[in-house]
Unconditional design. Structure first.
Length: 228
């Protein structure tokens, strides 16, 4: 568990910011993963209540990756402490990178004075799958291996990004995921484009996955708070 941190946040509605992507049936998903499906299980009229049956991948929309995503004996999402995804966050602007270009340690170096040990880094690339055609969903910005090492060396506790993945599409070995997950660094993928409103700021993040036993990841609700 993290050391005690004294941070005050604003709880007025204007100071609470949604960073999650809406989940719906024909939403953009990582190429090859299942589309969400919702269907009635009980319905008022036939039954006493409405209950829906949901079918979706564990990495749908805004979600977190557990070590089990890349390591067969890695911890599942229910084994990750909530503190991993709760804390002060610095929002980095990488939207100047061309779409599909990798983010390197040199790119992160420009934020060296802004990032502290045990911070959460949230990366804004400007990628919005809702504005892309299906055949373009494979072309998004990602982290190079050097950027993953930079994050480890800086003792960052969690990384979030607004693309489908921290890894280049069609990865061979999953080097970036493995570098981060092996050091118990949280990974959040698929943040919304609202992130652009907070670039360069220090905020407070709460992003909690579902408590799914033995599963490799989970959709999550990501909320940013203004720090007083």
């Amino acid at each position: 568990m993290d050391e005690k941190v004294n941070v005050r946040v604003r709880l007025e509605s204007s100071s609470i910011h949604e960073l999650s992507r809406l989940i719906f049936g024909d939403m953009p998903v990582y190429p090859g993963e299942p589309q969400p499906e919702f269907k009635p299980y009980f319905t008022i009229g036939t039954d006493k209540v409405n209950v829906s049956q949901l079918r979706l991948g564990s990495h749908t929309g805004t979600h977190v990756d557990a070590p089990k995503h890349f390591f067969s004996e890695g911890d599942s999402v229910d084994k990750i402490t909530p503190e991993t995804f709760i804390g002060e966050a610095v929002i980095l602007d990488m939207s100047y990178k061309e779409t599909g270009q990798g983010i390197t340690d040199a790119d992160l170096d420009s934020y060296s004075n802004s990032v502290n040990a045990r911070d959460i880094i949230l990366i804004y690339t400007g990628y919005d799958p809702l504005q892309e055609q299906n055949n373009s969903w494979k072309n998004f910005s990602y982290l190079e291996a050097s950027a993953a090492r930079w994050i480890v060396n800086r003792k960052v506790k969690c990384l979030g990004i607004d693309t489908f993945s921290v890894e280049k599409y069609g990865f061979d070995e999953g080097t970036v995921h493995k570098t981060l997950l092996a050091k118990e660094i949280g990974i959040i993928e698929g943040l919304s484009q609202e992130l652009k409103n907070f670039v360069g700021k220090r905020m407070f993040l709460v992003c909690l996955p579902l408590l799914l036993k033995g599963i490799d990841g989970s959709p999550a609700r990501a909320i940013l708070f203004d720090i007083v």
